[in-house]
Design a protein around this ligand. Structure first.
Ligand code: DC
Length: 229
């Protein structure tokens, strides 16, 4: 069967990574979380004093961007994809609200996007991948054979992120999370470079009322259709 590239884009906390991961596992493809890469750069800024008065020191980050290498590796036990920043497992650190609050600003920087898009294209060179993000179908892999654009209401998405943080042992405030979701939607859609938008040839999936199983069944059907062509 021919190998294809699957691009899953959409708003934050839509459950994109849950469905992308499950799809990749079921069809034997590699999964890449491009949002985790932007989060890792935000974490790098926090860890390396590249933030002053709550603002990113753009020049310092520009000088260091080529030293930031992000890789993914499957966890030996869970088989889940784990994010490494310069060889260190940062999977938990990149999911904090602090990182979530900084990441849209990092993702709006042109030199950050250029560097990460290069790394993403390298990861997808041999096809047989599922990558999720905001600009995968529009910019990173405009020729992807299967493109999905996922959406759900802001409240549903905030509740999902809230539950995820609770499950990780945090004590988040729902209203802070909702405000963060709304702010990130705005920043993601209005940034100058690679703003979040549905590619013309992407299939729209509103999963506000769908179960994870229902979404997965639908995705696998789309995959079968594309690979049978
Ligand atoms: O999907 P996520 O919430 O983990 O993404 C984190 C941030 O990174 C989000 O604010 C949007 C940004 N992002 C992006 O600009 N381009 C991508 N391809 C993926 C994520």
């Amino acid at each position: 069967m021919k190998k294809i590239t699957i691009a899953i884009d959409g708003f934050s906390s839509c459950g994109k990574s849950t469905m992308a991961k499950a799809l990749a596992r079921n069809i034997g493809y590699l999964y890449f979380d491009s949002g985790a890469m932007y989060r890792a750069v935000a974490l790098y800024c926090m860890q390396n004093g590249i933030i002053a008065n709550g603002e990113i020191d753009k020049e310092a980050l520009r000088q260091q961007i080529d030293n930031i290498k992000i890789t993914f590796c499957a966890d030996a036990e869970t088989k889940n994809s784990v994010t490494y920043l310069n060889g260190v497992n940062v999977e938990n650190e990149i999911r904090t609200l602090e990182v979530s609050q900084l990441v849209s600003h990092v993702a709006a920087l042109d030199f950050v996007r250029t560097a990460l898009i290069d790394q993403q294209r390298e990861m997808g060179k041999s096809k047989g991948i599922v990558m999720d993000g905001r600009d995968i179908g529009t910019t990173v892999f405009p020729d992807a054979e299967l493109k999905i654009f996922v959406t759900a209401s802001a409240e549903v998405r905030a509740k999902r992120r809230y539950d995820e943080l609770i499950a990780r042992g945090s004590t988040p405030d729902y209203n802070d999370i909702l405000a963060n979701v709304v702010e990130r939607d705005h920043l993601d859609q209005t940034r100058e470079i690679s703003p979040l938008r549905k590619a013309d040839d992407a299939l729209l999936l509103d999963n506000s009322e769908m179960t994870v199983e229902g979404q997965l069944a639908w995705l696998e059907e789309q995959f079968k259709l594309r690979t049978a062509e």
